[in-house]
Design a protein around this ligand. Structure first.
Ligand code: ZN
Length: 453
């Protein structure tokens, strides 16, 4: 009996051990004919499953995290088209992997579809930088993620499924506040970077998370075995390989990724003679997109973009790092519960109770783990930030602890803080966020109130 047979189970017999259930016939070339003989016009309904929680004999390429050369490092293969090739836990595209499953289950997506990467390569080159081969500097993304389609062509031709985890492109973005900034003379239309119609030219990079588990554990100062066990438990047992496959060190977690917006010449980012502005912004859909006035997120984000434009127009560059960590990575449901709790508490929404209300609902004030965030700055080769547009002490500490020098911190200008967001900003300043203003005493903090709904 072969090893593969040993780990084969049969759905119809209900013989399901704990494990990730991946249809055996996804890797089969005669999937289509099997489906047709089953008379199934829509979804593939496989009989057999293979548990990925056990090691396969096979052709998985080892990953040498931190290797200088991508061919020594090896490709990240999270595709499920061929189980024997997989060298990671999880699948590509973060949380969107679940939608891919729905597309396959509903018959909309052929599970054997292979991505055609023609003309998808980056229009500009970022890196490689020395930080890319420092296993302590980058642990939560694949620094070679944008090169995958170009450098692993040998594997591609041998049938391995190579998918980039980073994509880089260019765009024109247009924010109405920038026109206001031009009208007030804070930035100028130069016709190249910022056009007269308000269009701002940017280069942007989308980054999916790729976690090197030993490095994540080290960064968080915990044991890798503890990290793996708790990740397994707290996802409801979603990834058994976390506990059964110590030979797999890389995890593609089902979470949102990040987007980097580069304003100005990307080469200026690593030029020590040129200034660099950076804002690291965590997603706040309510404010960023819909303009909710309970927080400072969009005004501060746009101010960050404005500082980036000013810095780029001085010959430097600006970088906005936008992370999908909605509601301090607690999620929008928790965030809205907290809004209600804040508005309805005795005495109304008050700055002195701002963090307490979050902690009551979520158990913690914040789950963003800024310790992982500097990886994106290291990916860009950043060693010095002249203007850090952030008041967050957690972000500042993470960046400086990662060995990146911060020359100047830029707080949100007071006139940009919406009236109802005074609660948030004063509470944050009192808790240690950077500010040039005086921090309010406890009694004064209790007097800072937001409105009812
Ligand atoms: Zn917000």
């Amino acid at each position: 009996m072969t090893e593969d047979n040993l780990i084969e189970s049969n759905l119809t017999q209900g013989n399901l051990a704990t494990g990730n259930l991946i249809p055996e016939n996804l890797a089969s070339e005669n999937l289509a004919s099997e489906n047709s003989t089953q008379g199934n016009s829509k979804a593939a309904k496989p009989k057999h499953i293979i548990l990925t929680s056990h090691q396969h004999r096979g052709k998985a390429v080892p990953i040498h995290w931190g290797a200088e050369n991508p061919s020594d490092r090896g490709p990240i293969i999270g595709s499920i088209r061929n189980l024997q090739h997989r060298n990671v836990i999880g699948t590509h595209a973060g949380s969107y992997g679940v939608y891919r499953a729905l597309a396959v289950a509903s018959g909309d997506l052929d599970p054997t579809h292979k991505a055609d990467l023609t003309n998808t390569s980056p229009p500009v080159q970022i890196g490689p930088y020395p930080s890319w081969s420092d296993p302590d500097k980058i642990v939560s993304l694949d620094p070679f993620g944008a090169f995958a389609g170009n450098v692993f062509t040998d594997y591609e031709s041998e049938g391995y499924d190579i998918l980039p985890t980073i994509a880089i492109t260019k765009a024109h973005i247009n924010l109405p506040e920038l026109k206001e900034a031009v009208a007030q003379g804070r930035i100028t239309v130069d016709g190249k970077l910022l056009k007269s119609d308000g269009n701002l030219l940017v280069t942007k990079a989308a980054i999916d998370p790729v976690w090197y588990l030993p490095g994540i554990a080290k960064r968080l100062n915990i044991e890798e075995t503890d990290l793996r066990r708790v990740l397994f438990q707290q996802t409801g047992g979603m990834f058994p390989e976390l506990v059964t496959r110590p030979d797999l060190h890389v995890f593609l977690p089902p979470i949102g990724g990040s987007t980097i917006y580069i304003i100005g010449d990307e080469k200026a980012i690593v030029d020590p003679t040129k200034p660099l502005a950076v804002r690291v912004h965590d997603e706040c859909n309510g404010s960023d997109v819909f303009g909710s006035d309970i927080c400072t997120c969009r005004p501060y984000l746009v101010h960050g973009i404005e500082v980036c434009i000013q810095t780029a127009q001085e010959g430097g560059a600006g970088v906005i790092v936008y992370c999908r960590k909605e509601g301090r990575a607690l999620g929008e449901v928790t965030k809205f519960l907290v809004y209600n709790a804040r508005k309805r508490q005795e005495g109304g929404d008050r700055a002195d109770a701002y963090f307490t209300r979050t902690e009551c609902v979520a158990g913690v004030q914040d789950m963003r783990f800024q310790e992982l965030m500097p990886d994106m700055l290291h990916w860009l080769g950043i060693t010095r930030i002249d203007r850090l547009v952030s008041m967050s002490n957690m972000k500042y500490n993470a960046i400086t602890h990662a060995g990146i020098e911060v020359v100047q911190r830029i707080a949100i200008p007071p006139e940009l803080v919406p009236a109802d967001a005074q609660v948030e900003i004063e509470a944050k300043k009192a808790s240690g966020y950077y500010s040039e203003d005086e921090v309010l005493a406890a009694e004064e903090l209790a007097q800072i109130k937001g409105r009812d709904y």
